[in-house]
Design a protein around this ligand. Sequence first.
Ligand SMILES: CNc1ncnc2c1ncn2[C@@H]1O[C@H](COP(=O)(O)O)[C@@H](O)[C@H]1O
Length: 399
Amino acid sequence: MSVTSSTSDYQMVVEDGVGFPPDMVFCRRLPKIELHAHLTGSITKNTLQQIWEARSAAEGSLGIEAPMAALADPSDAQGIDTFFTHFNMYMYQLVNTPESLAFATRAVLAEFASDGVAYLELRTTPRALPGGSAEASVRTILGEIGAWNNSSNGDIMPVRLILSVDRAKHDSIACGGIVDLALKLRGEGHPIVGLDLCGDPNKLIDVSTLRGPFLRARALGLPCVLHFAEVVASSTARELDELLSWQPRRLGHAIHVPEATRDRILAAGAAPELCLSCNVLAGMLPPKTTVDGDGNGCHCPAEMIDHHFGWWWEQGGPLSLGTDDVGVFGSTSSEEHQHAAVHFNLSRRDLVALSRRAMAGALGTPQDELRIDRLLDTFAVSEGIEVEEVAAALAGTDF
Ligand SMILES: CNc1ncnc2c1ncn2[C@@H]1O[C@H](COP(=O)(O)O)[C@@H](O)[C@H]1O
């Protein structure tokens, strides 16, 4: 069946529920929910280049190559084993003044909004810039988020912030400091909505050492979202059991999860944050075994269609698509939605349902949820997808 612009044909196509992928124009129009985006990783090459040029002009040689040259190859820094060096050796060297951090934050917000993201939970790891404190840099970011939210932009895409704890850098004392900072800033009225555990998953730590601060945060009303089962090494039963015992609201990536653990996640209602391009490009998915015409088996890298999104989508619970690091993997939220539609046979109606299922895992206010609900109702009607049909698509979804 071909895509047509006629409303009746269009409704017919939508109603068949399968058979053609919604196009990029639709995916860009769709009000999307972005819950898994790391601030520094979301800075695009273009923005980095602007920062590099402005700083080089003002300060002389920065001692680092221009982004357009240093990051010319899109496969740079994408393998999960080398990925983290990219942040430590490049991004954190370039974006290390309050001005560049503020500029980068503004650019990241503007880019998500222009891609049609209607609600954004950004996350960032508190880090001290030269001559400043970690608190000061988080305040710089919050200053930009506050200005955004208080302008008309905030009506288009409200922004909330999650503070990240880096498993490779923060011990339990540092983690406790981040919890204190998050609670203090939230107490001042800043839109801090949760705590994340991220960082290089190949850095094997005893995550139970971080349990105290995370549980304290939760007890004080600051829920956690955790990077979970990203690589085989960090997917031991011990680590996964420990992390689930913190009762996380969402789980980032959730790749190497045994079946029984998946069932526990479903029962707990924790929402997976799934990142298609990131997982494929960084080679994070388990290789697949295929057999050639001569009967020889081989291990091939997994592709988009092998992604565990398909399994979670079928379960009907809360889940979201995240870009992770659009500056590294180069795939926008609209592109991620189109990938899902193409590879998992999602209709336009399904994509509206996906935005609702994503919002079910958001950490914002009830008003945030209500706003998205209404926005999606209006969108569905304006696109010729009846609200009743959206409700039907959601039937059996327990949230
Ligand atoms: C497979 N994807 C990932 N897995 C785990 N941690 C990741 C990540 N992508 C990014 N980060 C974490 O986010 C930091 C950059 O943003 P912020 O400076 O905090 O804003 C990285 O240093 C890393 O710790």
